[in-house]
Design a binder for this molecule. Structure first.
Ligand code: ADE
Length: 247
């Protein structure tokens, strides 16, 4: 069971996400729970201020440390918070491997930053991990937090029915998924590849392995080189053998 506490200025943004995403399924299965904390609830002045001008001048406003620390400390009174994650474009890129690591945890805090910035003391003395969802800048960490939570929720043990489906997907073993087709077998003038409707299971496996390799090679060759994960070489050997038909 993973408990994810989200600290945000915009809890309303999460409402439809939490009611119709994979996270909802994870919550129903009691494999994960997401608890929202409104940063403004941890302010003490009459304007409920959460940000202020940067020392030294410059444009934009910076989130003050006080409300963020208070929000986090109200959660971490329960002892086993394992990670305090800041969503920021300065963080390490989110990958399937990283999502899988977080999916193993019991309790995490996710702080939604604002792109103008967060007081550096939050980074230095509270945050344990900084996560970016890509090399582009969004106005705040809310959408990135949703992406992060969705990626994690699918990997929390017990959420996806058949272990196979997360194992086989794009980016497991750094390979892209083969093309998928469904009924009708002929749509307009376009037929699905013959082998898929042939009943030849071995042929289907081989075709899929070939397509998966080809796609990865053509679209994301970077995934094929430099990956030195345990099991990757063996997985490649199996897929190549299958794709080239030498077994
Ligand atoms: N906040 C703003 N942009 C972001 C990004 N690309 N990733 C994570 N958090 C962000």
């Amino acid at each position: 069971m993973l408990e994810a506490h989200v600290i945000t200025l915009f809890p309303d943004m999460f409402e439809s996400f939490l009611s119709c995403s994979f996270v909802e399924r994870a919550q129903k299965k009691q494999a994960m729970s997401v608890i929202l904390h409104n940063l403004r609830d941890f302010t003490h002045d009459k304007h409920n201020s959460v940000d202020d001008e940067p020392f030294g001048g410059g444009p934009g406003m910076v989130l003050m440390p006080g409300p963020i620390f208070e929000a986090a400390e109200s959660i971490s009174e329960s002892p086993d918070v394992e990670s305090v994650v800041l969503m920021t474009p300065q963080g390490a890129l989110l990958t399937q491997d990283r999502a899988a690591e977080f999916a193993q945890k019991k309790r995490i805090i996710v702080i939604c930053g604002r792109y103008e910035g967060v007081d550096e003391r939050v980074r230095e003395y509270l945050v344990t991990d900084e996560v970016s969802i890509g090399d582009y800048v969004l106005a705040g960490g809310e959408l990135p937090a949703m992406v992060f939570l969705e990626a994690i929720s699918r990997l929390v043990p017990g959420v996806v029915g058949c272990e196979e489906s997360t194992f086989d997907e794009s980016h497991s073993f750094a390979m892209l998924e083969y093309p998928q087709y469904t009924r009708p077998a002929k749509f307009r003038s376009w037929k699905v590849p013959k082998v898929l409707v042939s009943g030849d299971h071995e042929g289907v496996r081989r075709w899929r392995a070939r397509q998966s390799l080809l796609r990865t090679f053509l679209r994301r060759p970077d995934l094929l080189c430099g990956v030195q994960k345990d099991g990757f070489r063996e997985e490649m050997r199996i897929r190549l053998t299958l794709a080239l038909g030498d077994n």
